[in-house]
Every structure is written in structure tokens, then in C-alpha cells.
Design a protein around this ligand. Structure first.
Ligand code: FE2
Length: 431
């Protein structure tokens, strides 16, 4: 007897299984499980995946688009200006209301783990205090990690280092940084040293906004790799964005890859924001400004994809659908090869789980936390192609959302014909 039984679920490897859940854990995964569920969901041979993961967003800024006037130029700089105005009217309730709404958007579309940066260049910590409450209150929907993010710099903002340390005392999970934004190269390097000292002192992982620029001279990720090795923090350090890597010479990029690999660093690309915000000073040809996702993966470096912004001063679009971010990554990184497409799915699932250090609990296996998503597609490849509807999302053993797939009918010769866009399924069934 299970609390929840999911029958006829197709795993990513194609296997058809039943998944029995007791309490917050997966109790059994096997073909044709004997037993009953207090509640049963028939997956009808569709894909059941471990949840999508959003490893990089900003819940303190989510859903503020237009509040301080619209970003008319669409640039990073105007985004920062608009945010610095909007930031002044943040209140506890305002942050909580928007963050909870954003989390509902993410979770109902299958993203059941979220890592959010939170701006700590604020001596009153309005956003941080609100998000620490949201983290506990939304535990039923998502596992949420918070990063102390010094939006205006650690050394370039008054008392920046003290604010970072206070954020750690208040309970943030991860140490952030923004070295390329500090006034000088030297201050950028020193800001990384500070972040690592704090991470070591409080035993926290690091996730820095790093080299988010088209400037090929922005080379702080090498400093992060050196610090990671010097402090033995392999596997615990993430560089987010690294868009400058797009513009490095190949000779330098491949030297860098060697050190990133030895340091076991994680890289997060954020295709929606990156493709919109980078390349803005170029005429033609225009650089894409996304980091080297495909080449890093080929080199054996862990890469994940984040959505980053959802309707904020930097990016006016989005609904928190991680398949949109993955779909963009596939195109921008040119990962359309037959075997490359499932690797794109990894970018918003398994690889992101490694970034968030949640692999112990992540996956569809007995004993793991019962988090999973039933998609309206038979395979990960098809789910990406069709941006499939997440029909049912399960978090900690509980159904937290249901979405009805659109019904499409084509009318011809007085007849209505229902169609689906699942070409692969048709091919599989006839072959
Ligand atoms: Fe970001």
C-alpha cells in the first residue's frame, strides 16, 4: 500500500515502471508493482523525470518589470539603473508576495529545486529576511537555496564585506560575488579572496556572478579556479554566466578549461538573459555572448542552465519555464546533434543537481526524496522539442500541481481530427 502510486511511467532510459511513494520518499520503482496507492496516477507511458532545476535566479527582483519604468533600451546598464530605483521601495511583504508567486510559476512547470541570488547590498536586508521566510514557507513546493549576492560589489559598496558576513550569519546557503563589476581588476581579485575566506569560515559553497561581460579581458574565473585549488574546495564552486568566455581566444579558453576541470568547478549559463543582454556593443557580426556550453561539456566540465530573470528590469519575458531556458541553450550552443539533445535535458536536471549539491536526494530511485514530474511527451527529446506540458508535479510525495495539456483539433471536410505533436511516439509505435 502506497500513499501515491504512479503507474506506466516511462523513465528517461525508456523503461516502463510503476513508482510507489510512501510519505516524502520513493519506496519502490519496478515494472508492474504489486500493491495499491491511496492515490494513483496513470502516466500512460509518458515521461516521468526527476524534477527540473532552476540553479540561477533572482527571486527578490522577480515580477518587477515596469515598476520603475520599462527598460526601453533593453540593456544591462539600464536594467541596473531601473533596479536601483525599484530597490528603494522594496518591502518585506512586496518581496514575499512576488517571490511566492514566482515559485508557484516555477514549481507548477516542474522546477522543484531553486537557487536564488539575493541582493545583500542593503544594510536592512529587506529582501534577504523576506526570502529566508519564503524558503521555509514554500518548502512544500521547492527546495530553495539562497546566495548572498553583492549586486553592487563587495569592495565597491560601503561595508560590502561586513554585509556579506552578516548575510551568512542570517543563514544564506551560498556565498556570491561579482568580481567583474568591482571598480578595478585588483578589487575584483580581492573580492574573490574575500568570498573564499567567508565560504571557508562558514563552510558554504560559492556561486559567483563572474565575467558577465563581452570584455575578453575579464578573466576572474581563472582566479576562482586558483582559489578553489588552493583551498581544496573542488566541487563546491560555481561560476555563473562567464559570458566573457565566449570572446576569449581559443588558446586562452582551452588553457582555462584545464584548470576549471582540475578545480571541478561548475559553470552556469543563463541563455535568456545572456542572449538578450550581451553583444549590445557589437554591430555585425554580433556575438552570442553565452559561455562555451558545448565545449565545456565536451571537456568534462559540469555545466548547468539557469533562467536567471523572469519579468524583471533585465528581462521582461518568461514564466519560469526551465524548458524555455533549455530550448534556448540548445539553439545558442548548437546542440542539435541526435545524442546532444538529451545532454541539454541534463543541463536543467542532473547537472544542476550537482551544482546545488542535492544529488543524494535527487533521482527516481527507492529511498530518494519523492520529487518528480510527469510530462506530456514520451521522451526527454520530445519534451524539449514540444516544450511539453508538465501534467503532474510531485514534491516530497505530494501532488503539488496539475496542468491540462492543450487539446488541438483540425477541421477538414466536416470532420474534427485531434492531433498531437508527438512525432517520435508515432514513429516508435509503428516501428
Ligand atoms: Fe544573475
Amino acid at each position: 500500500m502506497y500513499d501515491l502510486l504512479i503507474t506506466n511511467a516511462r523513465l528517461r532510459d525508456g523503461q516502463l515502471v510503476d513508482i510507489g511513494i510512501q510519505g516524502e520518499r520513493i519506496a519502490a520503482v519496478a515494472p508492474g508493482l504489486l500493491g495499491e496507492g491511496a492515490r494513483t496516477v496513470d502516466a500512460r507511458g509518458l515521461l516521468v523525470s526527476p524534477p527540473l532545476i532552476e540553479p540561477h535566479c533572482h527571486l527578490d527582483a522577480v515580477l518587477t518589470e515596469g515598476d520603475a519604468g520599462h527598460n526601453e533600451s533593453g540593456t544591462l546598464l539600464e536594467g541596473i539603473q531601473r533596479w536601483s530605483v525599484r530597490k528603494q521601495s522594496l518591502t518585506h511583504e512586496d518581496v514575499k508576495r512576488r517571490a511566492v508567486e514566482g515559485i508557484k510559476w516555477y514549481a507548477s512547470q516542474g522546477a522543484l529545486y531553486i537557487r536564488s541570488h539575493v541582493d545583500v547590498c542593503d544594510p536592512s536586508f529587506t529582501a534577504l529576511k523576506a526570502l529566508l521566510e519564503v524558503k521555509e514557507e514554500c518548502r512544500d513546493l521547492v527546495d530553495l537555496q539562497l546566495v548572498a549576492f553583492p549586486q553592487e560589489g563587495i569592495l565597491s559598496y560601503p561595508q560590502g564585506e561586513e554585509l556579506m558576513e552578516e548575510a551568512l550569519r542570517l543563514g544564506v546557503d551560498v556565498v556570491g560575488a561579482i568580481p567583474h563589476y568591482e571598480i578595478t581588476r585588483e578589487m575584483g581579485v580581492e573580492s574573490i579572496h574575500i568570498a573564499f575566506r567567508l565560504a571557508e569560515k562558514y563552510d558554504r559553497p560559492i556561486d559567483a556572478h563572474c565575467d558577465e561581460t563581452d570584455d575578453d579581458q575579464s578573466r576572474f574565473v581563472e582566479v576562482m579556479a586558483a582559489e578553489t585549488l588552493a583551498r581544496g574546495m573542488q566541487g563546491r564552486v560555481t561560476a555563473s554566466h562567464t559570458t566573457a568566455m565566449h570572446s576569449y581566444s581559443n588558446a586562452y579558453a582551452f588553457k582555462l578549461f584545464g584548470w576549471l576541470k582540475r578545480a571541478e568547478m561548475h559553470i552556469i549559463a543563463n541563455p535568456p538573459d545572456n542572449i538578450i543582454l550581451q553583444g549590445r556593443f557589437d554591430s555585425y557580426p554580433k556575438r552570442r555572448g553565452m559561455t562555451r556550453v558545448k565545449e565545456l561539456l565536451e571537456y568534462g566540465i559540469n555545466v548547468a542552465v539557469g533562467h536567471d530573470s523572469v519579468m524583471d528590469p533585465w528581462y521582461p519575458l518568461g514564466t519560469g519555464n526551465m524548458l524555455h531556458a533549455a530550448f534556448l541553450a540548445l539553439h545558442i550552443a548548437q546542440m542539435s546533434g541526435y545524442e546532444e539533445v538529451p545532454r541539454v535535458w541534463d543541463l536543467v536536471t542532473e547537472n544542476a543537481a550537482r551544482v546545488m549539491e542535492v544529488t543524494e536526494d535527487y533521482g527516481i530511485q527507492p529511498g530518494k526524496q519523492a520529487d518528480l514530474v510527469l510530462f506530456d511527451a514520451p521522451t526527454d527529446r520530445d519534451a524539449l522539442r514540444t516544450l511539453a506540458t508538465p501534467l503532474v508535479c510531485v514534491k516530497r510525495g505530494r501532488v503539488i500541481s496539475e496542468t491540462t495539456a492543450p487539446r488541438v483539433r483540425v477541421f477538414r471536410g466536416g470532420q474534427a481530427e485531434e492531433i498531437r505533436y508527438q512525432q517520435e511516439r508515432i514513429r516508435g509505435e509503428s516501428g
